[in-house]
Every structure is written in structure tokens, then in C-alpha cells.
Ligand binder design. Sequence first.
Ligand SMILES: Cc1ncc(COP(=O)(O)O)c(C=O)c1O
Length: 428
Amino acid sequence: MTHELPSSEQRALTHELVLPADLAYWEEKARRADEQDPLGAWRDQFEPLPPDVVAYLDGNSLGRIPKGVTEAMEQFLRDQWGGRLIRGWGEGWMDLPAALGDRLAKAALGAGPGQVVVGESTTVLLYKLARAALEARPGRRTILVDTDNFPTDRYLAEGIAAERGCRLRWVTTDPEAGLTAEQVAANLDGDVALVLASHVSYRSAWLADMQAVTALAHDAGALVLWDLSHSVGSVPVQLDDLEVDLAAGCTYKYLNGGPGSPAFAYVRSELQEGLRQPIWGWLGSAEPFAMGPGYVPASGVKSMLSGTPHVVSMIALGVALGHLEQAGIEAVREKSVALTSFAVDLSDAWLAGEGVQLASPRDPDRRGGHVTLRRADFESVKDRLWSWGVIPDFRFPDGIRLGLAPLTTSFAELLQAMVIFYDEVRRR
Ligand SMILES: Cc1ncc(COP(=O)(O)O)c(C=O)c1O
């Protein structure tokens, strides 16, 4: 084995690697790409990888921890929780859902202020928004959803259909692509109240045509709810310009908010007064501390809230968001395209001949921030890669997802992972 692992501290392989014959060519490419990468320095703004990790390719599932988070959390716990106790609620904690929402709207969502709140899980927010949309289209009884949407989206649509006695219209999508505008057009009619779709498919990374799908839904009189979990912080979105109605997504993936960090919901300003979400909690009411006899919704997007904000998690998210704000979403997307293209090229060069299939779009304009590769034995390949410190993730039945987070992933790191991936695939 001549190829060196990135650091002597990192896990040493216990066997000689089978190296690709043209490795030097790709090493040079990776070296030049890192040298010219305007975001290269951001890697140092994150805590180093643990010593047993060679390459972390799961930033699309749980992003790495930014430097500054630990200190900010410690400071918050000591000075604010510890020092201010209940007085903290009146000194900014209560404003965090809307304040962080506005920052996120500007940094990643192409949305003006007053339309995004942060809190609860993506599942709960999608549920609230979908229910609110259904109530806003009385007389229509159909939700359009695709068969390869993320499980939580499909399950909550099923739950709403059962609860409200409405129908689901399933669009069967190609799992290696995703929902197309043509499919949406073919399935819309006057009974569809809501189109529920993912912007970037969790399995294939298919990037849906948000503009076309949104316009089609509107032409048919339906509302559209986008799950942005796999695009936020990776693919720029223009919610205001595209007149998107509703959106929600996670903050623990490319936004690096930490495990279980709260989700966000977007409600276009013109819709806010007419929408009524189903969980009428005191903190979504107009005057929570009046403790009045009946629920009166808050005005604006705050009516989407229900209960006490996740203040501690929001401290970490606030720090992490600062990184995206400074790096800029356009630069992030540019690097994301370069990284996913490099992964596709390496897969073509080294893995395709070993029976590995690309299960993501080849066209970068139709691809989000990850690349999925398939082979029947990939569940066990993933376990072996993890044991060597290469951390992608696996999606049933046979897909390894390479999640490439532009602020933290280098081209050399990706190359290193692919060298070990190649060795593992060749050995079988
Ligand atoms: C596309 C997508 N939607 C929704 C969710 C669910 O999010 P949560 O567990 O925060 O409710 C996930 C989680 O990974 C996801 O990837």
C-alpha cells in the first residue's frame, strides 16, 4: 500500500489496499480542486474529525459541529439559564423562533422576514402546514404525494387522510429520479387541495423543478408544501420569487444545528391570515400571557407555533447559521456541484466496472448535495466502510449515499473515501 491515510492518528487499515491504477491522476485533480476551493478554509471552522474517522460523508444526515458551538452553549447555560433564570424569557428567548427564522429565510430560503419560524420537528411542522392547507381549500379532498417521498411525509399524509376523510393520490416515481412536473400535471385536477413534495429526494438527490411544480399546483387551484430537508443549506431556494405557499425542513443536516435541532416552517405572507394550523397551543396564540379563555391565533407566521421554544438547541443553531451566512449559499451550491461531480466521475472511473450503479441524476442541475450508488451487497459494504472510518450512510434496499457538505468536505477527503470504497468493492 502506497496511499497514505490523511493523518497518522486516523485509523490504520489492517490490510494492503487494492489501489486504482490511475490514482495519481485523481489525486492531482483533488489536490488542485482543494487548492482552488474558495470555501476550503471553512473546514477549519469546524471541530476536527474524531481520530477514528477518515472521511465523514454523512453531512446530509447529521452535519459536523462548528467551532464556537461548545463555548456558546457553555456560556448560555452558565450566564443565561444559570444567571437569568426565568427572566431570560423576557430577554430574548421567546423571540428566538422568529429571529432565527428571519436569519434562515435570508441566508438560505430566498425569503423576506416574517415568514419563517423555527421550532418542533420537521414531521410536526409538515403535519401542521399540510392540515392548514387542507382546511384552506374546502371542498377539495385530495392530497397529491409521490411514492418515493421521505417516509415521514408519506405517513403523515396517510394520517391526515384518515383523520380528515380525504384521499391520497399517489404518483409513482422512478426512485433513481424523482417527481417530475409532467407527473404532477398529469395528476392534478379540481379536487387536489395540496401537493406535498420534496425539493431534493432523500434517496436519489433528484432536484425537483420547484418553479414548474409550484406554478402547476397554483394553476389547478391547489397549494404546495415543499419539504426542504435535503436542500436547505446546500441548494439555494427562492421561496418568495417562486411564490411557494408553504415549506418546512430540518436544521441538523447541512445547517449543522446538531442532533434533534428544531425544524423550520415557511408560510408565504399573503397566506398567513387565512391559514389555521391544528395544534392550538398557548405560544401560537395572540397573547400567551393573557391566559385568556379561548384560543385566538397570533398574527403572522407565529401562529404556526404551539408550545415552548427549544431554546438550548437554538443556541447551537444560531452559531451554525453564522457559518452559512458568511460563506454564502451560492458559493456553497457551486462547491456542492463540484463535489458531487467529482464523486460521479470517481464512481464512473473506479466503481462502474464493478457492477456499481449511479442512482442519482447525472445532470448536476437536477442533482442535490448527495450522490447515491447502488449494488446488491452495499448494506454490508457500508458496515465495512464504517469500520475503516469512512462514514457514508445506507438507504434500503441497496444504496450508499455519499453526503457531501460543502463547508466541511474536502476533495481529498472524498478521494480518500473512494479509494477505500474501491478497495472494498474490488475485494468482493
Ligand atoms: C426529507 C426529510 N423529511 C423529513 C424528515 C424528518 O425530520 P424529523 O425527524 O425532524 O421530523 C427527514 C429526516 O431525515 C428528511 O430527510
